[in-house]
Design a protein around this ligand. Structure first.
Ligand SMILES: Nc1ncnc2c1ncn2[C@@H]1O[C@H](COP(=O)(O)OP(=O)(O)OP(=O)(O)O)[C@@H](O)[C@H]1O
Length: 308
């Protein structure tokens, strides 16, 4: 495996406040790795170190086999960076901004190509201050792509984008990945991570709470079934739940909620019982765990542990 990004025991403190408290992860060439986390979890603090904008308080970091801060001159031309806040000169037009940036970038793509990739060609003559928030994010992305980077760091690339622009950006990121670009992105949109990420890490208060492929992170969580029993049926009429694979259950009035690690088996046995018993299950809902549930549960559990 060709490791492109590696952190070992990475720490970052701000005047005694530990924002990143020792994290380890690797990203292989061509992989898309998503850093998720609650607000203030330490994602941007981590990203800034990987981008060579800051030094770690402890631990080591390697990007393309080098120290991104000390060996910035060697690393910077090979990476593309999209910050959370771009900060462009407001009076320049979109095209002038891209040309100015291209002037500082070795082997830059033509400005037209960068603008076409990010669907900004029709806005080329507009001043930056007149762009919408979403258009500014796309301009940020255009600049990050100018140098045809081997590694792309994207800090919340689709925040503020409308649904169509978000999907266009996902498509573009997917194409860049297909061309072999290694991507590390942070996002608050769990659907974005589900769509794009090969692997992800969920950060919480400076630590990685869980990491793995999306399917693995989700597989650690139970699936859920809920339904309402009709008024003429008693809860006691339900078959024994444990043999159906139910790991947890609760009732509220006539509503029954079940958790299971084997959704197909539990659902099949429940529906078979209902059919034989002539019971109609109202408001029946059966669903696999989602990344969102995994995320919420991790954040809740860790908060409970810390307040204990
Ligand atoms: N320059 C700084 N000085 C002091 N504290 C800081 C500084 N930058 C960040 N922090 C703190 O470090 C913690 C981690 O911040 P960071 O921006 O890395 O989190 P994040 O996961 O990117 O959050 P968000 O999702 O809200 O963007 C937060 O508690 C933040 O207030």
């Amino acid at each position: 495996m060709d490791t492109v990004i590696e952190t070992v025991g990475l720490r970052r403190s701000y005047r005694g406040f530990d924002a990143v408290r020792g994290i380890d992860f690797t990203v292989a060439r061509g992989e898309l790795f998503a850093l998720l986390g609650t607000n203030g979890a330490g994602k941007t603090s981590t990203l800034e170190i990987l981008e060579g904008q800051a030094t770690p308080t402890g631990g080591t970091v390697r990007v393309l086999g080098r120290d991104p801060f000390r060996e910035r001159a060697a690393v910077r031309p090979r990476i593309g960076v999209m910050l959370q806040e771009g900060g462009f000169p407001p009076e320049l037009t979109v095209l002038e901004t891209v040309r100015m940036w291209a002037g500082c970038t070795s082997g830059a793509r033509p400005a037209d190509e960068a603008l076409a990739l990010t669907n900004l060609n029709h806005r080329r003559k507009v001043r930056v201050k007149q762009l919408s928030g979403g258009e500014r994010r796309r301009l940020d992305l255009a600049l990050a792509l100018l140098g045809r980077p081997e590694v792309l760091f994207l800090d919340e690339p689709t925040t503020g984008l409308d649904a169509q622009s978000r999907r266009d950006t996902w498509e573009l990121i997917g194409e860049l990945k297909a061309q072999g670009t290694t991507v590390l992105l942070t996002t608050h949109y769990l659907e974005e991570a589900e769509q794009l990420a090969d692997r992800l890490a969920i950060m919480h208060r400076g630590l990685i709470a869980t990491t793995g492929r999306v399917a693995d992170v989700v597989a650690e969580r139970p699936s859920r079934i809920s339904f309402e029993l009709p008024g003429d049926r008693l809860l006691g009429e339900l078959p024994p739940l444990a043999p159906m694979g139910v790991t947890k259950h609760e009732t509220e009035g006539r509503t029954v909620r079940l958790e299971t690690r084997d959704l197909q088996r539990t659902a099949t046995e429940l529906l078979t019982w209902a059919q034989h018993a002539g019971v109609t299950l109202h408001a029946l809902d059966a669903r696999s765990a989602s990344l969102e549930e995994a995320f919420m549960e991790i954040a809740k559990n860790l908060d409970n542990e810390e307040t204990r």
